[in-house]
Structure formats: C-alpha cells, structure tokens
Design a protein around this ligand. Sequence first.
Ligand SMILES: NC(=O)c1ccc[n+]([C@@H]2O[C@H](COP(=O)([O-])OP(=O)(O)OC[C@H]3O[C@@H](n4cnc5c(N)ncnc54)[C@H](OP(=O)(O)O)[C@@H]3O)[C@@H](O)[C@H]2O)c1
Length: 215
Amino acid sequence: MSKHVLITGATKGIGRACVDIFAQNNWRITAIARTADDLAALEAALPGASVITLAADLSTEAGVAAVPVLAYDAIILNAATFAPGQLLTGTPDAFTDLWALNVKGNHLMARRLLPALLAARQGHLLVVGSLGTDYWPAHLTAYVATKYALRGLFLGWQAELADTGIHTTLIAPGATLTASWEKEEPPADILPADYVAAAIFRAIQDQQTGRMVVT
Ligand SMILES: NC(=O)c1ccc[n+]([C@@H]2O[C@H](COP(=O)([O-])OP(=O)(O)OC[C@H]3O[C@@H](n4cnc5c(N)ncnc54)[C@H](OP(=O)(O)O)[C@@H]3O)[C@@H](O)[C@H]2O)c1
C-alpha cells in the first residue's frame, strides 16, 4: 500500500508543487483548498495519481471538522494567508484576519488529526513557517507575528510528540515565487516553489526533524 500525505493549500504555490513531487513518488494524496474549481483542475492535471480533494476553509471550525481523520503517513500544514499589514495600524486589522488560518486553523487541524497518528505510533507532521520570523520585514509585522505564533505551536507539538514515533519538522522558506507575490515586488533571489517542495519531500522521506531553513 502506498503512503498517504495530507497537504493543505494544495492548489497553488508551494502546496501545488508538493502535490506534484509526492504524486511522482507514488504517494496517495489528500489535497485541501477552498476553491472547488482549482481542486478539480488539480485532479484533471494528474490523471494517473491517487488524489482525493476536499474543498474546505480551514480558517473556520466547520472547515477543519470536514477533514477526514485517518492515520496519514504525513501531514503538511502549508496553507496560510500572506498579506502586508502592521500590528499597530491599518483597517481591517491584518493580525486578526491572518490569525484565523495561520495559527488557529493549524492548531485545530493538529488537535483533529494527531490522535490518529499517536494511536498508530507513526507519521510525520510538517509545518510550513517562514524565514520572516528571523528578520521581521517592517511592512509584514502582522503576518510574521502569526508565523512566530505558529513557530511556538510547532515547539509545543515537537515537545509533546517526542518519543511517540511521530516526526516533526518546521520548514522555514525564504521568499518563494507564488501567487503570494502578486501585489509585492519579488526579491531577485526568490526561490522556485518546486525547490521548496523538494526540501519538504526530502525532510519527510529522510525523517529530518526540527526547524529547517530553506534558502
Ligand atoms: N511565497 C513565499 O514567499 C513564502 C515564503 C515563506 C513561507 N511561505 C509559506 O509557504 C506556505 C505556502 O505559501 P504560498 O505562497 O505557496 O501560498 P499561495 O500560493 O498563496 O497558495 C495558498 C494555498 O492555500 C489555499 N488556502 C488559502 N486560504 C485557505 C483557507 N482559508 N483554507 C484552506 N486553504 C486555503 C489556497 O487555495 P484557495 O485560495 O482556493 O483556498 C492555495 O492553495 C504558506 O504557509 C506561506 O506562509 C511562503
């Protein structure tokens, strides 16, 4: 039986590149995003692959509750909202907006999905953070604060899952060329999404744990 990975934010950018590399390596994939048309296009683009799709908004409790609970071999919590915004200014409040998915959604996904991995005493939880938590770009303080909160959650998961048989990895990519950059000027050294996806695949295949910066 081939291995099974759940990928959030699977229709674009880094998540989409992850779908490709896991499909190429014959993994079964559960792919989640909000937009049903994009999920249908994803399935159509991979006719020979084993892909189950779910349209769910993971910033809501109902969206998280719709996610199938299985003993996945790997869970990739990748979906996030990226938007400029400062903590002290701006209307609407970017931090409150971004918190719902980037922090609370991931926390609820972990609470929903990890008990099945614990019962199986195997699996890999991989979380996509950001290199931004190392240098706090001035116009992105709200986004980076959510990623720092996610880094805190990761440290908690890592501690609570120690010696359970479940591996934990936090991937912190530098700027990566995806739809996130549509409204921003990308830096010259921006990474391709498939480069980050290859690092994610290697981390899971080789059971690399801890925080990994990808630049
Ligand atoms: N791009 C970068 O420069 C960069 C750098 C460092 C870290 N990262 C991190 O890498 C990860 C992926 O970023 P990306 O740039 O590849 O993203 P992206 O291209 O903007 O794609 C986001 C994906 O998440 C889905 N999504 C968004 N909101 C969702 C929600 N509420 N519920 C479920 N799915 C949702 C989107 O589909 P729908 O819109 O259809 O839901 C899409 O599939 C994020 O965690 C990001 O913070 C990115």
